[in-house]
Ligand binder design. Sequence first.
Ligand SMILES: N[C@@H](CCC(=O)N[C@@H](CS)C(=O)NCC(=O)O)C(=O)O
Length: 216
Amino acid sequence: MVMRTMELYFSPLACSLATRIALYEAEADATFIGVDAESHTTYDGRDYAQIHGLALVPALRLDDGELLTENAAILQHVAEQFPAARLAPTDARGLTHLRQWLSFISTELHKGVFNPVFDATAPADAKAHALSKAQSRLSWVAARLEGREFLLDRFSVADAYLYTVLNWTFVTPVDLKRWPVLAAYRARLHERPSIARAFAQEQALYAEERARHAKT
Ligand SMILES: N[C@@H](CCC(=O)N[C@@H](CS)C(=O)NCC(=O)O)C(=O)O
């Protein structure tokens, strides 16, 4: 078996940012491989669809060579592999709550509200329908965060994912200011060292990617 450093396939500021944050929290040894969000070509020139058949990020190449996909699974994998970082609860009920929030973020927010807005092929009606869900879904998670610092008792991979998704409100018609609890939560997390570092790096890469596209 060939052992190597983990590789995270990511696109700047996409949902894969959550995994980068988790890897930074864990101080994991990892290589980050950019994938152009439009052309689905890796920054080192490979056709990403040949690596992940759906060409979705994130994907994490494990040190034994397996390619792990699906953000919620990848985040839990990182948490499990680096227990010292305490990115997931260790008790059974706490783990259930972690999965509950990861599922909520993945389905109700990421795919349910934001994905159709970003999908260039989604009809206007589909985008409007998705956006109509924002009020109830964001109010639901805002109610959870009322009086709490994190989704669970301490910072977890679910916070890394929720932070990432809430950032998308800045480039969609969803106005985060309507949920002061969420706006404050996002701003607090933004100051966290792992997050500040991950965001700054990906923001720079995002700007570079846009500049490249503007030229073509
Ligand atoms: N079910 C996947 C969805 C991942 C996903 O939607 N990734 C987006 C970025 S946030 C993507 O790669 N989009 C590229 C595309 O749809 O072509 C997961 O949870 O990991």
